[in-house]
Design a protein around this ligand. Structure first.
Ligand SMILES: Cc1cc2nc3c(=O)[nH]c(=O)nc-3n(C[C@H](O)[C@H](O)[C@H](O)COP(=O)(O)OP(=O)(O)OC[C@H]3O[C@@H](n4cnc5c(N)ncnc54)[C@H](O)[C@@H]3O)c2cc1C
Length: 599
């Protein structure tokens, strides 16, 4: 079992909006241990040596090939990271599991297969299974002998998952539930051995069941013709009087939503980690191509606009990587701190809930970053990027699904604000007192505040002011709309965007400051440059989104006053992002890869 060295007290979920963490307190990729790196190396080598050579066949859905690869990966311990050791899994800590996911995500088809199997297909049993269910199913799933799938969506019920029409009725003998209905878009559907199926008992009580493929009446349908991730299987699953033994009911009757939502929290974080792995590979591919391809007698990588693209791909990737590992560190610290105080599974569940906001951020920001990276990679490849013979073309198609599944990015944006409000109302997050304090501060006019000093001092101030902009905009929105805020979706979207930018900016900032403290400013200069560029651009987005929100809340003189206050918070020096991006591009081009790996 890999163990983590994370010992710092965990920051509370969502607390980044109110508190300023110290660089020493955040986990960064530089803190990944050698053991954890080894797990990543094994995963990466597996994909490069065992999966990539078969991409053509996988994309053509060669029968039996993907299950064979899953089994091979299982033999190496790559398919059961989240399964406790006593059931044959790796029992990995959160950092190791994050590294594992990242490094397995080079090829979209395999990444999705792994995520559906090892994440949403297996973890429901780890977290909610009875001892008998765990003993029966987990060893087979962890070894890859069996493949798992998760069946929540239906033709009429995707985002609105509880609008399920699949029914379950206990038979007369009281021995089996009889399931009827259709599940839709099921990843691994074509070859899974075990399906976690959600159905309503007597049409009312939403409940999870463990359905073996061989149970009578369980019928996977044909493969869907998708835009991308052709290497993965996606099918409907039909349940026609499907006989499921009573003991295969998972968790409790009527508590299916608890299973579904907790598992999705975990899946969302994992998707962020997966986006990091996928984009690193694409960046390497694009950087190499920019060196090989010539135009106007030069390497295209010598052109400023190409450099700018490579730099921005690396910078956005750096932001997501910084957020993902910071969150993983917090989750691991929380789990370690609670390890002696109760059941490990319960602790894990509580932790997933605690960091649900950060998990939704990882999902949304990660998937949108990956879409940006693959899009720019296609552009760097020019016409060849539009051709199926080139991997960036496939990566472009493969990326698009990430904004749709595990809760669409719209649903996750709403969740970010809903969860923040819930924590604020429940007293877990002192958002309301902070917004009130800020309102007093605004009324009393500008006050003297000590200016931050040291590395990235200006950016430290920019991030602190961005938090004020959020409190200003969110405070006004809550005051005006109160319990009707949920109806103001566009406003919620703008606020969620601000929250995400703050987490991204601060994660970059703290990582670069931590690196500078450890290795010196000169050795961390490129990371500092990347941080300055990211914060400069993100601060503009924060200002834009906050202004949009404020304009939707206030009017007349009050709006004029609020905009004047916003301008004060948004004041910042201009940064020469063109020059700084050139520095980052030079680092990418010098190594033909993402330049902050393990730093
Ligand atoms: C390749 C693939 C693999 C998948 N794998 C699985 C799997 O393994 N298991 C599984 O259970 N499901 C899976 N899904 C289903 C996936 O989770 C759903 O497609 C997704 O949740 C969206 O649901 P939907 O397609 O019904 O879209 P809808 O819910 O109809 O959404 C359509 C649009 O409306 C928006 N929308 C919906 N509700 C709201 C709202 N309240 N406010 C604002 N906007 C809203 C959405 O954001 C979206 O833009 C997969 C889907 C695909 C395409």
């Amino acid at each position: 079992m890999a163990t983590s060295l994370v010992t710092k007290p965990a920051a509370k979920g969502g607390s980044f909006l109110l508190e300023s963490a110290s660089p020493a307190d955040v986990f960064t990729p530089a803190d990944i241990t050698d053991d954890q790196k080894l797990i990543g190396q094994t995963a990466e080598e597996f994909v490069v040596n065992e999966v990539l050579p078969h991409v053509k066949d996988l994309e053509n859905k060669k029968a039996g090939l993907m299950p064979e690869l899953v089994k091979k990966a299982g033999e190496l311990g790559l398919m059961g990271g989240g399964v406790p050791e006593e059931y044959g899994g790796g029992g990995l800590d959160k950092i190791s599991a994050t590294v594992l996911t990242e490094k397995l995500s080079i090829y979209g088809g395999f990444a999705v297969t792994h995520g559906a199997h090892a994440g949403i297909g297996t973890l429901p049993i780890v977290y909610f299974g009875t001892e008998e269910q765990k003993k029966k199913y987990l060893p087979k799933l962890a070894s890859g002998e069996w493949i798992g799938a998760y069946c929540l969506s239906e033709p009429q019920a995707g985002s609105d998952a509880q609008n399920s029409l699949t029914r379950a009725e206990l038979n007369k003998e009281g021995t089996h539930y009889i399931l009827n209905g259709q599940k839709m878009w099921i990843t691994n559907g074509g070859f899974a051995d075990l399906y976690v199926v959600f159905a309503k008992i007597d049409g009312e009580k939403f409940t999870a069941f463990l359905v073996e493929r061989t149970f009578p009446g369980c019928k996977p349908g044909n493969e869907e013709h998708k835009m991308g991730i052709h290497g993965s299987s996606t099918t409907p699953v039909f349940l026609e009087n499907c006989k499921v033994p009573k003991e295969n009911l998972l968790h409790e009757i009527g508590r299916g939503h608890i299973v579904a939502f907790n598992i999705l929290n975990s899946g969302r974080f994992t998707l962020g980690a997966s986006a990091v792995g996928g984009s690193k590979f694409v960046l390497t591919t694009a950087a190499k191509y920019a060196k090989e391809r010539k135009a106007f007698g030069k390497q295209i990588g010598d052109f400023g606009m190409m450099k700018e693209k490579l730099a921005e791909m690396a910078i956005q990737l750096y932001a997501v990587e910084s957020m993902v590992y910071r969150s993983a560190g917090n989750m691991e610290s929380a789990m370690t701190a609670a390890a002696d105080s109760g059941d490990k599974i319960q602790t894990t569940m509580k932790t997933l809930e605690e960091y649900a906001i950060e998990s939704s951020i990882a999902k949304v920001y990660g998937s949108e970053m990956l879409d940006f990276v693959v899009d720019e990679a296609v552009q760097i490849f020019g016409g060849y990027g539009f051709h199926e013979d080139y991997s960036v073309c496939r990566a472009y198609r493969d990326s698009r699904i990430n904004r749709i599944f595990e809760g669409t990015n719209e649903i996750n944006r709403m969740l970010i604000i809903q969860m923040l409000m819930k924590r604020a109302m429940g007293g877990q997050l002192a958002l309301i007192p902070a917004a009130m304090k800020l309102a007093d501060e605004i009324l009393s006019g500008p006050s003297f505040e000590e200016a931050p000093e040291g590395v990235l001092a200006d950016e430290t101030r920019v991030v602190a002011n961005a938090k004020k902009m959020f409190l200003q905009a969110a405070g006004g929105a809550v005051q005006k709309f109160r319990d009707k805020l949920a109806d103001e979706q566009e406003l919620i979207g703008a606020l969620a965007n601000v929250v995400m930018e703050i987490y991204a900016m601060e994660s970059c900032l703290l990582r670069a400051q931590k690196a500078a403290a450890a290795k010196g400013e000169a050795a961390s200069q490129v990371m500092i440059d990347a941080t300055r560029v990211f914060i400069s651009d993100a601060a503009e987005r924060v200002e834009h989104e906050s202004r949009r929100a404020i304009a939707a809340v206030h009017e007349g003189d009050m709006l004029t006053t609020q905009v004047a206050v916003l301008k004060r918070f948004a004041k910042r020096a201009a940064v020469n992002t063109i020059a700084l991006r050139r520095n980052v591009a030079a680092a990418v081009q010098g190594q033909d890869r993402y330049p902050f790996e393990g730093r």
